[in-house]
Write a protein that binds this ligand. Sequence first.
Ligand SMILES: [Zn+2]
Length: 107
Amino acid sequence: MFHIFLHFLVPLLASLAVSRQHWLKIWLIMMATMAVDLDHLLANPIYDPSRCSIGFHPLHQWPWFIVYGGLSAFKQTRWIGLGLLIHMALDSIDCQWTNGIWYWLGG
Ligand SMILES: [Zn+2]
C-alpha cells in the first residue's frame, strides 16, 4: 500500500517544487499518467504485490522509457513524460524492495 501512496506523494512534491502557482494542474496531469497501469489489466492476476511491474507489463518495458524521456523534453508533453518517468522510477524501486531486482528479465 505504501507503494501506491508514493505514486500520489512523489508527483505532488515534484509539482510543488516546480510551481507554487500551477502545481495543481501539473499534479493532475501526472496523476493522469497513472493510466499507464491499465496495462496491468492484460495480466493475470491483475495485481500481484510480489510481482515486478518493470519489464513485465507491456507499457513498463525499457524501450518505452526512451519515449517517456522524449515526451518530457517537449514543453507541451513535459508533465506527461515526467509523470511517466517518476512512475517507472517508483515501480522500479518497488521491484528492488520486493524482489531485490531493478528490472524483471523473465524466468
Ligand atoms: Zn506501474
